[in-house]
Design a protein around this ligand. Structure first.
Ligand code: HMG
Ligand code: MG
Length: 301
């Protein structure tokens, strides 16, 4: 067991967290959330996505949000770009990192991005090439790495296959995503193992949704393999519009609390993070999805 001493957290709350909200969330709220996350010490923030506004109306304000953020030096702002059209729109807003997002499951690829896995790779290839030519870092998300809402359980070989395709087109880093949160520790480890056939440990992250309450256990399982990069969502916000019933990523607050308790450095101020989560929860008119935030806010009062 080689636990990392330091963990890098990308807060995906502004994007993954808010993309599925039914009511429009004002751009000003999204911008303020980004500001509060960076004030809490987050150095990596997934801000928005450049996808079709017909498919995901909540992200239609991508330009307004990206251009409204007062950037802090040392913070990396990433955005999702599924095709060249999205990438070209994103370019104007100077992202530090872009994310192409594919799936280990054919059915999910079709539902989410309207094409097969093979077609998605063809679409991503010119995006990856153009981004790298401009010095923009390229991350790939691998959805349904453990289970798919349409196909059920996904074998690790299919994750390995997708990771190989991503590597082949020059994607620099891949995230192993449990889109619907069905994974359990050994299955998540198998998906990561398959990914490590193609990517270095330093180029792999975990992206675990918490639908079945397994995400913290899955994070620990990945930590035990030495994985030190995770996507998490402040207040546990979120879910994917093409994965019915799936809830948000594991709450950033919960992961930070666990890591602090284990003596693993994150650079994040838990108190300020809790304030950021309380802010967005209040704006959305709901209780936080973070157990740690719930407990610590109760203790404050
Ligand atoms: P398509 O319909 O196949 O695309 O959609 P198309 O090229 O045929 O174009 C159709 C229309 O969309 C055209 O407009 C295009 O201009 C427009 P029209 O002529 O009909 O008015 N269009 C675009 N508009 C804005 N931005 C673009 C863009 N591309 C085309 N980039 C597409 C393909 C990928 C665009 C579509 O399927 C889509 O937007 N899907 C949304 C996918 C999405 O955002 N899903 C959620 C994020 S992924 C996720 O949450 C998972 C993750 O968290 C990891 C995990 O947990 O698993 C990352
Ligand atoms: Mg996700």
């Amino acid at each position: 067991m080689t636990l990392p001493l330091r963990v890098k957290i990308t807060d995906v709350g502004p994007r993954d967290g808010l993309q599925n909200e039914k009511q429009p969330v004002p751009a000003a709220v999204k911008i303020e959330l980004v500001h509060r996350l960076q004030a809490a010490g987050l150095k990596d923030i997934e801000v928005t996505s450049y996808v079709s506004p017909k498919w995901v109306p909540q992200m239609a304000d991508n330009h307004e949000v990206m251009s409204g953020v007062q950037r802090q030096p040392g913070v990396r702002y990433s955005v999702l770009t599924p095709n060249l059209k999205g990438f070209e729109a994103a370019l104007a807003d100077r992202p530090d990192e872009i994310v192409v997002f594919g799936a280990a499951s054919e059915a999910f690829s079709q539902k989410n991005i309207n094409c097969s896995i093979a077609e998605s790779i063809e679409r991503f290839a010119p995006v990856v090439e153009a981004a790298r030519a401009k010095g923009i870092y390229v991350r790939g998300a691998m959805s349904c790495a453990v289970g798919c809402p349409y196909e059920g359980e996904i074998a690790p070989e299919r994750v390995g296959y997708l990771a190989g395709l991503m590597k082949g087109i020059g994607v620099q880093h891949v995230g192993v995503a449990d889109t619907i949160g069905v994974g359990t520790p050994r299955k998540v480890q198998a998906a990561i193992e398959a990914t490590l056939q193609h990517y270095d440990l330093n180029d792999v992250s975990g992206h675990f949704h918490d639908t079945y309450g397994q995400a913290l256990a899955n994070t620990l399982a990945a930590l035990e393999m030495g994985v030190w990069q995770y996507d998490t969502s402040v207040a546990g916000l979120g879910g994917c519009p093409y994965a019915k019933g799936a809830t948000g990523n594991v709450a950033t607050e919960d992961v930070v609390y666990m890591l602090q308790g284990m003596g693993i450095e994150t650079g994040i101020d838990l108190d300020q993070l809790i304030d950021a989560g309380a802010y967005v929860s209040e704006q959305l008119g709901r209780k936080t999805g973070s157990r740690v935030a719930t407990a610590l806010i109760a203790k404050r009062a």
